[in-house]
Every structure is written in C-alpha cells, then in structure tokens.
Ligand binder design. Sequence first.
Ligand code: DOR
Ligand code: ZN
Length: 332
Amino acid sequence: MNITIKSPLDMHLHLRDEDMLKIVAPLSAETFCAGIIMPNLVPPITTIEAIKNYKQRIKDAIGDEEFEPLMTLFFKKDYTYEFLKEAKEHISAIKLYPSGATTNSDGGVSSMDIESLRETFEAMSELEIPLCVHGETNGFVMDREAEFGSIYEQFATSFPKLKIIMEHITTKNSVDLLDKHANLYATITVQHLFITLDDVAGGMLKPHLFCKPIAKRYEDREALLDVALSGHPKVMFGSDSAPHPTHKKECCGCAAGIFTAPIALAALTSLFDTNDALEHLQAFVSDNAQNIYDYRPLTKNIVLIKEPFTVRQSYADVVPMFAGETLPWSIK
Ligand code: DOR
Ligand code: ZN
C-alpha cells in the first residue's frame, strides 16, 4: 500500500546555521517542498540583509533538491511601516517571541501590552504580513500556554485584520480559540500529537522529548488529535524541528527542542493511518497551509509506502525523535 502527498509543507522549522544547517537542511528538503524558517539565530534575523544572506546559506546547504525557504523576521516592536513595506517581499511572516520564553529568544518582547505593540501590528495588518507567535507566559510551566490564551484573544480582537498563527499549540484551550476568533490559526508539531508529559518525565527522563512548550496532558493531546486528524482548516503542520547537538541534550541543563525533520512525514502518515484518517493527511500537511498563507508551492510529490522504517540513532551529532524505533510507514 502506498500514498502520495502533494507538496508537503513544514510551516515551522528551525534550520540553524553553519555546520548544523548543512546537516539538517537537506533532510527537510528531501521530504518537504517548502518550510517557514524560524529567525531565532544568534543574533536573530532582524534586517533585510540578514534575511537575504540566511536564505542564500540555506539554499547552498540544500543543493539541488527543490525546497523553498519561506523566511521570517524576528519580531521587534520598533520596526517601522517603511521597513516592513520593504521587508514584505522577502518574508512570509514575522515571529514574535516573549523574551526568554525559549531557545535564543532573549531579544524578544518583554511586555505584551497592546499599546506598545499597536503600531507594528497595525502596519503588519495593512501590509498583510502574518504574525507567528510563541504563546507562553513565564508562569508555571504546565500553565504557560493556557495563560497566554487571553493575550491571543486580545491580539485577535484588537487587530481583526492581522492573521495570527498560534505556533506549536499544545493545549485544549488553544484548540478552542480556533473556532472563537476568525483570525486565529495554529501549527501543530509531530511530537505533540504523539506524546504527553508522561513520555517526557513520567518514567526515566527523556531529554530528546524535551521541548517548549512542554508536552501536556492526555486531554490536551486528544484535542490536538481531533483537529489534526479531521483536517480542521485552521490548523496546519509545523514540525518545530529544533536540532541541538547531543552534548546540549544529554547533559545537566538540557536545551529545549526535538529533532523531527527526518521522521516527520513517515510519523504523521503512520499516525493518520492508525487513526483511519489518511484522507485528511493532505489537508494537514499542505492544503490548509496553502490556504492560510495564500501560498502556492511548487509541485513535489512524496510517496510513502507501508513498509517498516527503523529510525536512525543519529544524524551526525543530532538524535532524532523515535531514534532506534520502527514506524510502520516509510518514504519511498
Ligand atoms: O523546544 C523548542 N526549541 N521550542 C522553541 O520554541 C524553540 C526551539 C529551538 O529553537 O530550539
Ligand atoms: Zn520553534
């Protein structure tokens, strides 16, 4: 048995830079035809020059494979209308990080006060630049995303023309917001469809399953599965594949991030098949994103076959999710 996915898209992807970029970018390019590239480098991507240079480095790392890097800027509240107007043709979105919320987010926004963000959000609304948000407060780790819910709602109602993408949602609370506000959308990762906090810390601690937002409760995973498996038009796949070298994961002070790029499509196909939902996989991994971002990707068909795929222990110095485990579907 096999299945063909047309133009799979990864709408939230960390490709890093330098040696790491060279290791991971070809792996995404093998199975996806485009991806929204996160700007949290050191230093973050905040200028048009930096976007252009980073895009070129990504293309160099990918080589001949057809893959379009959809670039993003790291949100700064002092971006002017003129700057954004010029930036628009080089980017697909702007990513807002609360300061300190996750890896390399120190230069993010320290207050979500609407007035301090108004000018930039209005410019983005007018220029039709989508806003991607890492939605976590600095509260108790299991409550951070739910606490951010009221901020999402404030953003959505104060800027009705702004397209807001709630990145890597992990809670039922976030799922419920999708049907409440026309301008709220979401990405969902592979890991949050598979695991709960039990898998991360319920037994032996699993550093390779540690990410932000952290995996939540069973009822949260159920809510995510409901919208993903049904092909809900406001959710799309964004892996949040976030590679870190082994010494930054298997140590005291483990970095947040799960590396899923090389297993994402096989894992999703396996999950949708197990749940008798293969008919909605195309919507989740491509069609919904095309509609939400108003983006027409190049045509690239990826064929998956129902044959066991044993995941490698590592790619260079990076350990992927499901390392050493066997998934029922593989890329042909
Ligand atoms: O776990 C995470 N890792 N979450 C993020 O939001 C960022 C990412 C990274 O860049 O490592
Ligand atoms: Zn991310």
